[in-house]
Design a protein around this ligand. Structure first.
Ligand code: THU
Length: 140
């Protein structure tokens, strides 16, 4: 599959996940589709909590599903979101999710921000999380 077809497929899978978001508090649905280096897709949605703090973002749901099944290397993630599940704009990942990506992904990991399967932008992890802290900093 060429890169554009892969991105499109990932955005499509992320859009499907908007249906599963558990968002009784914010009503802001987010869906994610994570591509492993073996070309498997792990999806995720956001899952809120009445105590707010335990809320899990869509991106982390996808990562934790994949990692808990033994996947360790990743190529890209598509993210979509919007109020009441209606995509109005790009939905960039929060800082916590960027740091989770930093733990498991290289600088060239791609973040696909979608408005539709044919309207998306692609950024690298290095671009959206410059001057970051990682495991190698613990050894310095
Ligand atoms: N949210 C995500 O799922 N991913 C992000 O990167 C940004 C925020 C969710 C968390 C919460 O359920 C809702 O969007 C509003 O913040």
């Amino acid at each position: 599959m060429d890169k554009n077809a892969t991105y499109k497929k990932l955005v499509e899978e992320a859009i499907k996940m908007l249906n599963f978001s558990y968002v009784p508090y914010s009503h802001f649905h987010v869906g994610a589709a994570l591509l492993t280096t073996e070309d498997e897709i792990y999806t995720g949605c956001n899952i809120e909590n009445s105590a707010f703090g335990p809320t899990n973002c869509a991106e982390r749901t996808a990562f934790f599903k994949a990692i808990s099944e033994g996947k360790k290397t990743f190529k890209a993630i598509a993210i979509v979101g919007g109020p009441n599940g209606i995509i109005k704009d790009f939905c960039p990942p929060c800082g916590v999710c960027r740091q989770v990506m930093r733990e498991f992904c290289k600088d060239d990991f791609e973040i696909i921000l979608g408005k539709s399967p044919d309207n998306y932008i692609v950024k690298t992890l290095k671009e959206i999380l410059p001057l970051s802290f990682g495991s190698e900093d613990l050894e310095k």
